[in-house]
Design a protein around this ligand. Structure first.
Ligand code: PMP
Length: 407
């Protein structure tokens, strides 16, 4: 027994010195199976490798190389100056939802700001909420690949089963009823669609989308359509699957401010769909997030109101880089279809993409992401982001050429 006043055992009991790091943790084997088995994003690994050296040019990250439009930043600053630091309505500022509704009309989409729109913490939250609101254990979610890396883990975390649907380089990575059928997607409950596509830079024409829409109607698939790159298309505009007859009622549209408005760090996106799904998502959101970041909502409101010219300028600049990157790959003899949306090219590297990306980083200090990270059909390709300044892009392309010549 420890006597009062004695020092024995004080260290253990006082709490004052007990927070030193130790070698053991009670959490290791107590993590949920879902968390424990979730794999790390393959993209981050390349990002981290690139950061270890200071001569590296990174074409690896899917993020604009510019800051958000000044008008949006000023609106954020002013909202802080006025002390607007509280929560907003769960669904987001009504004024912002009204602007978003107006913004969506450019793609022939019409949503009620009161009942059919939800402002989220990035498009990421909207995708996560949609999957959690739609997927029961055992439900099947078809995900065309190669595609953005978050959908598979999102399906897994929601307890569903992902059905990969490999698209083909020969179709320029467009989704077709043929590849959906080949994968058995008739049996799926939900389809996650991502066009303009990350990582391929592919877009889908109205004719191509009409065929996918017909497949979804025929086989009663719901659609979560991630259209975050909708404002970044270069050959003709974006078409939303929700604008096809019989599709509005079965589609949830996801979009956001990260890409077109260069607002990645402000974490703002939105979802648009029929009241039932938006209500269900709002119910989850009200517990997990309460409301999207208030400062970012004021920035977004201004972005939609007055920053259209800046978005047009950014798009023209991406377009210039897109044509440059594509022509350089062609000259080097790397097969690469001309991307028509987002800010990625997806050249064929003709061999093990992982080995190619690692050697390119090692020997020439250029970071790209191996296509296989994005799922089936991505092997043998590289994701090259051209959201990088033109001078750096030129140096990077010269280095890639040197690399190819040296092999
Ligand atoms: N969807 C796609 C297709 C993306 O490429 C990204 C970002 N890389 C996101 C969603 C996530 O966007 P946000 O920053 O709005 O969460």
């Amino acid at each position: 027994m420890t006597e009062r006043g004695s020092n024995a055992g004080v260290e253990e009991d006082s709490g004052g010195m007990g927070n030193e790091p130790t070698d053991s943790s009670a959490f290791g084997n107590r993590l949920s199976e879902r968390a424990a088995t979730l794999s790390e994003s393959g993209i981050r690994r390349y990002f981290e490798l690139a950061e270890e050296r200071d001569d590296v040019i990174s074409l690896g990250v899917g993020e604009p190389d510019v800051s958000a439009p000044w008008g949006a930043r000023v609106a954020a600053i002013e909202s802080l100056e006025r002390g607007r630091t509280s929560y907003t309505a769960n669904r987001g500022l009504l004024e912002l939802r009204e602007r978003v509704a107006e913004y969506l009309t450019r793609w022939g989409l019409s949503y009620d700001p009161g009942e059919e729109l939800l402002v989220t913490t990035g498009a990421s939250e909207a995708v996560d909420l949609a999957l959690r609101a739609l997927v029961d254990p055992g439900d099947v979610v078809a995900v065309h690949q190669p595609t953005y890396i978050s959908y598979g883990p999102g399906v897994e975390l929601a307890g569903g089963e992902m059905l990969p649907v490999p698209t083909r380089a020969a179709d320029e990575f467009a989704l077709t009823p043929e590849v959906l059928s080949a994968a058995g997607a008739e049996e799926a409950d939900v389809l996650v669609l991502c066009y303009p596509n990350n990582p391929t830079g592919a877009t889908m024409s109205r004719e191509q989308l009409a065929r996918v829409a017909a497949f979804c109607r025929e086989h009663d698939l719901l659609v979560v359509s991630d259209e975050i790159y909708a404002a970044l298309t270069y050959d003709g505009g974006h078409a939303s699957i929700a604008s096809f007859s019989g599709m509005r009622e079965r589609t949830l549209v996801v979009n956001g401010f990260s890409k077109a408005y260069a607002m990645t760090g402000l974490r703002l996106g939105f979802a648009a769909g029929p009241p039932e799904i938006v209500d269900a998502m709002t119910r989850i959101h009200q517990y997990t997030m309460l409301s999207a970041p208030t400062t970012a909502q004021y920035a977004a409101l201004e972005a939609l109101s007055s920053c259209g010219d800046e978005v047009d300028r950014m798009r023209r600049e991406y377009d210039r880089r897109r044509r440059y990157v594509h022509s350089r790959f062609e000259e080097m003899g790397m097969d690469c279809f001309e991307p028509t949306g987002a800010f990625y090219a997806f050249p064929d590297c003709g061999e093990d993409d992982e080995a190619f990306a690692e050697a390119l980083l090692e020997e020439q200090g250029v970071a790209v992401v191996p296509g296989r990270v994005f799922g089936a059909g991505g092997e043998g390709h590289l994701r090259v982001s051209y959201a990088t300044g033109m001078n750096e892009l030129k140096t990077a392309m010269n280095r890639i050429e040197t690399f190819l010549v040296s092999r």
